[in-house]
Design a protein around this ligand. Structure first.
Ligand code: PEP
Ligand code: MN
Length: 354
């Protein structure tokens, strides 16, 4: 839409899109609103929209994904969760145990997380485990603990929905829905998350290409939920010195295509505590919007992912180091970002895949 388009003009275009059986996705930007259109099986003649009042141009996005692209929203998406943000100028820290194990455990860790200045507490209520015989999480019993932590520490609660019904409970007691690597292509789960009002943190599948990962994000957005945060957590390769191979090049690669914020998880990305801090440093230096870190009051006793959990002192040291790196590298990241998303550049890109 033109920068001068009024809310009424935007509404009128949305109504035309819906009247022909398609879905409109209005996305307000800093200077103008873009309206994404999905739901068409083949190509449609975009000229029908060109003469509507307030329309500046009609761009056909011929990439497989549409709503995640910079074509639609040239500015980065900032996901706001109350007064906390992911994708803004600050670094978002999401930290906590792999799983909620007990009240004492969760409270001790939440205190350390809050002390570090992090705004997000992560901890699985339900665990997707490779073996059916290992700890599966406390399940619904963990919510009482989570609610008390949210209340007492003011931390935002991030937890994984392993199945659709879990989203109802996260909507009631939590702040961010995590979709795990093993469920990245669970399409009914993605669609259910897309109908939620809560932001969705979408981890990369362990064998997913960027295109598959972005299309999974597209599933969520196509349902109307535009608050998606991508999380690089490593992919499976032939390397045996780490649990996964953390693909840090995914960060600049995603930046070039998408407006969505992207964070890095060096805990699952390495699987070993001593590697977490070096890879966290690298994640920040490469321009991630945040980090997801596993930390435990007694790593040696953790019921899941014990080997990758940091102690409190290791965690505190990590936070200090990454803040310094963020401060030193933020101007660089900003310069790259501005260059890549300048409207000139977008225009050129848009023309090439019209
Ligand atoms: C987790 O965050 O605890 C988790 C299970 O991660 P992933 O889905 O990346 O394996
Ligand atoms: Mn874990």
């Amino acid at each position: 839409m033109k920068p001068s388009a009024t809310a009424r003009e935007i509404d009128a275009v949305v109504r035309v899109i819906e009247a022909i059986g398609l879905r409109a996705h209005p996305m307000p930007g800093a200077t103008r609103t873009a309206i994404g259109i999905t739901g068409n099986q083949g190509t449609i003649d975009g000229r029908r929209f060109e003469n509507l009042t307030g329309v500046a141009e009609v761009i056909r996005v011929t990439k497989p994904y549409k709503l995640i692209t910079l074509d639609l929203r040239p500015e980065k998406t900032v996901v706001r969760i109350g007064d906390a943000m992911i994708g803004g100028s600050g670094l978002a820290i999401i930290a906590g145990p792999c799983a909620i194990e007990s009240r004492d455990q969760a409270f001790a860790i939440a205190e350390a997380v809050q002390k570090s200045g992090a705004r997000f507490f992560r901890g699985c209520v339900w665990k997707p485990r490779t073996s059916p015989y290992t700890f599966q999480g406390l399940g619904a019993n963990a919510w009482e603990i989570m609610s008390a932590i949210r209340e007492e520490f003011g931390l935002k609660i991030v937890t994984e929905a392993v199945e659709e019904a879990h989203i109802n409970l996260i909507e009631k007691y939590g702040d961010v829905i995590q979709i795990g690597a093993r469920n990245m292509q669970n399409f009914s789960l993605l669609k259910r998350a897309g109908r939620s009002k809560l932001p969705v943190l979408l981890k990369r599948g362990m064998a997913a290409t960027l295109e598959e990962w972005l299309l999974a994000a597209e599933y969520i957005m196509a349902e109307g939920n535009y608050n998606v945060i991508l999380c690089e957590r490593g992919v499976r390769t032939f390397a045996q010195h780490t649990r996964n191979t953390l693909d840090l090049a995914a960060v600049p690669a995603i930046r070039r295509i998408s407006h969505l914020p992207i964070i890095v998880d060096p805990s699952h990305g390495t699987g070993t505590a001593y590697m977490v801090t070096p890879l966290a440093r690298a994640g920040v230096a490469v321009g991630a919007d945040g980090l997801m870190i596993e930390v435990h009051n007694q790593p040696e006793l953790a019921l899941s992912d014990s080997a990758q959990a940091l102690t409190f002192s290791e965690y505190a040291q990590l936070i200090e180091e990454i803040r310094a790196i963020r401060e030193a590298t933020a101007p660089l990241a900003h310069a790259t970002q501005t260059k890549e998303t300048s409207s000139e550049q977008i225009k050129v890109d848009a023309l090439t895949y019209r």
